[in-house]
Write a protein that binds this ligand. Sequence first.
Ligand code: FMN
Length: 187
Amino acid sequence: MLAEIKKRRAIREYYDGKIPDKDMEGIINSALMAPSPFNAQPWKFYVVKDKQKKFRIRNIYDDSTKKIQLYKKLCLTRVPIYEQDTSFLEIATLIIPCYEIKTSYARDSLAMAVQNLMLEATRRNIATVCMGRPTRFKKQRDQMRKIIQLENSHDIPYIIAIGYAPKPHEEYEIPERKPIKEIMVQI
Ligand SMILES: Cc1cc2nc3c(=O)[nH]c(=O)nc-3n(C[C@H](O)[C@H](O)[C@H](O)COP(=O)(O)O)c2cc1C
């Protein structure tokens, strides 16, 4: 498992997004094994393959990008932003993980499930990237909700692109990590 933890990368280029059903089932099965308080399992995973829906999601992503760029210009945010070609969003399959709003720690539980999912995809040599940008702002989040006709009881914290990348995971650069001394506090 440590091998997959190290191998997983946020990959933003795909040549094919068609995942065989047995792989997709294995990947979602790994998500549902995640822990949650009282085993509430407060999650749902929408697997978006439809071209038109992916096109709309790409536009939502681009709209959020424009908004963040404007906020940066106005000095309203200091969050760094990738300038990226978003065509990969239409090639990949998009997984939209949702959590049940009223359940305690639902969002935390979902994050654990999503990490499981990304690691299982990595184990199967399938690339993923988690993206918060399409759901960062309420307007865009509501548009996302409409696309999947999400019930009011649930919300979308981020989305996952999943597919086959042109290079193996190991060939993607590893973004630098903070040194352990800086983040581990022994008391
Ligand atoms: C909650 C969350 C939101 C993210 N949002 C975006 C995003 O909107 N766009 C993007 O290109 N990457 C996004 N990422 C990916 C991170 O940029 C990436 O994980 C980080 O740079 C570390 O790289 P690594 O995953 O290859 O180790 C997000 C990751 C997480 C966990």
